[in-house]
Design a protein around this ligand. Structure first.
Ligand code: AKG
Ligand code: FE2
Length: 321
């Protein structure tokens, strides 16, 4: 019998809003199972009025074990299972997107896709929302896969790509990033120092190889398994051919019929299935607060391997915590 305390309201073109459950109801195994099923079916779930860290953690945990994020710099000091997105504790990367100078712009990616074990999912809760902008976009790569022409599906069969973490704006300006006209701020525009490079962070994560298509371990659906910002090259293709193929696939995945754009309200929380969904931050105007807290769900399938099989990750320098 359906639980009347829980309504799953589908959104367009994909995802669903969860109306209810009352705080703490997720400890009920039946409600937990219904939420999990809805998450697998819809790819992203929106919860409203998640008004405390405890509730955020409790909801996140009902979808699986949480993991500590690989970036020490963005972990919350008082709870390493949470990372801070935006907020005042990090110096923002200023980006000119061709029209406005913005902070918080994040090109299309999957979380932790620069490691061999791409995480299963993540739940972002917004605690400060700017007066305009600051949306997050999500793209359904399972529906996008389904609609590909047969010859492209055949080309993707068994295809792998090399991926490398890029966290600096200029390094992200490449095919597949969702802006083309990006530039870093000048010192006048960003008195704190303009574009910050973070070579130490990037050096910590050696390039990895992932399959271009993932058979979702739970739903069995095929997903275009790209994290476009990090893709260097499809293996076995010349760079120009690889760039053109990546541009084609990204343009396909970003058709409006696969993209959900969420305008946040305070205490909205969205859980995404990182195996199926990629996401991007639209950024917002300078000098407006925006702060999110995010959990990360452990327990993906290991799809990746290090590109350089001799990479000794343990020998790499650790960042200051
Ligand atoms: O800031 C955003 O809109 C997206 C943040 C993000 O990519 C994440 O929380 O993983
Ligand atoms: Fe992300």
């Amino acid at each position: 019998m359906p639980d009347t305390r829980l309504t799953i309201q589908p959104m367009s073109p994909f995802g669903a809003e969860v109306i209810g459950p009352p705080a703490g109801a997720e400890s009920d195994p039946e409600i937990r199972a219904a939420l999990y099923e809805a998450w697998l079916q819809h790819g992203i779930l929106l919860f409203r009025n998640v008004d405390s860290v405890e509730r955020h953690l409790s909801l996140s945990r009902s979808f699986g074990e949480l993991e500590v994020h690989p970036f020490p710099e963005i972990r919350c000091k008082d709870n390493p299972l949470l990372v801070e997105i935006g907020g005042k504790s990090r110096s923002p990367a200023y980006v000119f997107d061709g029209r406005d100078m913005k902070v918080g712009v994040l090109p299309w990616h999957r979380d932790t896709a620069y490691t061999p074990d791409i995480c299963k999912g993540a739940m972002l809760r917004m605690v400060e929302v700017p007066s305009s902008g600051g949306e997050t976009m999500f793209a359904d790569t399972a529906a996008a896969y389904d609609d590909l022409p047969a010859d492209i599906k055949a080309k993707l069969e068994g295809l792998e790509y090399r991926a490398t973490l890029r966290i600096t704006v200029i390094a992200q300006t490449r095919p597949g990033a969702f802006w083309k006209t990006v530039r870093a701020a000048t010192p006048e525009e960003d008195p704190q120092g303009g574009l910050r490079t973070n070579a130490t962070t990037e050096a910590r994560y050696p390039s990895v190889v992932h399959p271009a298509v993932l058979v979702h371990p739970e739903s069995g659906r095929k997903c275009i398994f790209l994290s476009p910002t990090y893709v260097d090259c499809f293996l076995g293709m010349a760079q120009a051919e690889s760039d053109a193929f990546l541009e084609y696939l990204v343009a396909h995945m970003l058709k409006p019929c696969y993209v959900q754009k969420h305008r946040w309200a305070v205490n909205d929380a969205i859980l995404w299935d990182n195996r199926r969904v990629m996401h991007a931050g639209c950024g917002n105007k300078l000098n407006e607060p925006r702060k999110g807290l995010r959990t990360t769900l452990a327990g993906s399938v290991r799809t990746g391997r290090f590109f350089d099989t001799g990479a000794n990750v343990d020998a790499l320098p650790l960042m200051a915590d």
